[in-house]
Design a protein around this ligand. Structure first.
Ligand SMILES: Cc1cc2nc3c(=O)[nH]c(=O)nc-3n(C[C@H](O)[C@H](O)[C@H](O)COP(=O)(O)OP(=O)(O)OC[C@H]3O[C@@H](n4cnc5c(N)ncnc54)[C@H](O)[C@@H]3O)c2cc1C
Length: 385
């Protein structure tokens, strides 16, 4: 009999497994995939660590979490500085003085601020007039209105409008304003996207972190807990279950299905050393069907494990699409309807004494890796009290 059965070897499951095992509990981990690491899994091909489920850049302001992950890998100094390609015009992200200089030729923060404010003002005046309300009472009602009233028309048209439509599969006028509460406008020449205190990529990829977290712990791969052939027998051999898969799937979708946006990754090896000169390039126009291209080698500065330059490169084009049940669930759609459905499932889960449901799929929330780690640590602290 195991003290804990942990379903899922992503960050939530692997951190729980590590902490519980360290505290002397017996633990069995199962994952339906053929590998550990969940969505942070990286696979080494031709000396390049390929982020199989999309680019994963570790960033956090939490020193405790940063120290924690650094026990399991050495992180490099990678700083996320994506570039946007709009019909061949290249813009720095997040929106900063390099972006504004490329967009309008302005040089000083005052000039940039003036441009943005002028465009915002003009737009809000017109939109308020159309709605028949005074400017002071103008409230953005959709994502387009929200975005333009934060950053002005030019940035919206070239860098937000079509990219967001590709991401969510709907025009910005049909998306709720709350999706972008804030749009950081940086009046400095600073391309550091995350602005976090700690940031980097584990040298040699993420998978080693999971190998180290799970050292000495029994792991069964290619084992779907929800498969009726496995579920009852797995439940029987463990006192408690920590489940990190989709919460609605755990309950057989009995209250309904939670929606996601999904992503398809088309990965290709190219017989050249450099394709786009940056790890992340977003395609912000409507004509390009994919949202971005990741060139994996640049997360580790184009060098292999021995520090040698790699003569080839591997790229992944990311296509955002509507999620269908049975596909990989990537981004939860936290609108009113789905949030209400999730609340019902959460109520059921919270009254279940045998199972704890956690992680990004279990909580139906987009969590970055640092948050997932911190939540797993909090949970373990609680149960080990
Ligand atoms: C495209 C994309 C890009 C991202 N980029 C970043 C980034 O740059 N920085 C960042 O901090 N975060 C990023 N994230 C978020 C990051 O992936 C998550 O924070 C992290 O993976 C969550 O860990 P988890 O353990 O909760 O879930 P997961 O990593 O999804 O692990 C869950 C595991 O459970 C397994 N499982 C599910 N159901 C079953 C079942 N029935 N039986 C057995 N096993 C099961 C799955 O196979 C999976 O391995 C990104 C996410 C996505 C989707």
């Amino acid at each position: 009999m195991y003290d804990y059965l942990i379903v899922g070897a992503g960050f939530y499951g692997a951190v729980c497994a590590h902490e519980l095992h360290k505290a002397g509990k017996s633990v069995l981990v199962v994952d339906k995939r053929s590998h550990i690491g969940g969505n942070a899994y990286t696979e080494r091909t031709d000396g390049i660590n390929v982020h199989k489920y999309g680019a994963h850049i570790f960033h956090t302001n939490d020193k405790m979490v940063w120290d924690y992950v650094n026990q399991f890998a050495t992180f490099n100094r990678y700083t996320n500085s994506p570039v946007a390609n709009y019909h061949g015009e290249m813009y720095s992200l997040p929106f900063n003085m390099y972006t504004f200089n490329r967009m309008w030729g302005v040089i000083t923060p005052d000039e940039a601020r003036e441009r943005i404010d002028e465009q915002k003002r003009e737009y809000i005046e017109q939109a308020a007039a159309k709605k028949g309300v005074p400017v002071s009472e103008f409230e953005p009602e959709n994502l387009e209105e929200q975005a333009i009233s934060l950053v002005g028309t030019d940035i919206y048209e070239k860098l937000i409008k079509d990219y967001t439509m590709k991401q969510w599969g709907r025009p910005c006028t049909e998306l709720p304003a709350f999706i972008i509460r804030r749009l950081p406008v940086r009046l400095t020449y600073d391309n550091n996207y995350f602005n976090a205190l700690f940031q980097g990529i584990p040298t040699g990829g993420y998978t080693q972190i999971f190998e180290n977290l799970l050292e000495g712990i029994e792991v069964r791969l290619s084992t779907d807990y929800l498969d009726p052939a496995n579920r009852a027998s797995l439940n029987e051999i463990a006192e408690k279950v920590i489940y990190t898969g989709p919460i609605d799937a755990f309950y057989g979708y009995e209250l309904g299905t939670l929606e996601y946006r999904s992503v398809r990754f088309d990965t290709e090896k190219l017989d050249k050393p450099n394709f786009q000169g940056n790890a992340v390039v977003n395609y912000t126009d409507a004509d390009t069907p994919f949202t971005r291209i990741i060139e994996h080698k640049w997360f580790e500065f184009g060098l292999d494990e021995a520090g040698r330059e790699i003569p080839v490169t591997i790229i992944s084009r990311e296509y955002s699409h509507k999620w269908e049940p049975g596909e990989e669930s990537y981004y939860p759609v936290n609108d009113e309807k789905n949030s209400a459905l999730y609340a019902k499932y959460r109520e059921k889960a919270d009254s279940d004494t045998k199972v704890h449901i956690g992680g990004r799929l279990g909580e139906y929330r987009y969590y970055d890796m640092d948050t997932v780690i911190s939540r797993a640590l909090e949970y373990c602290q609680e149960v080990l009290k």
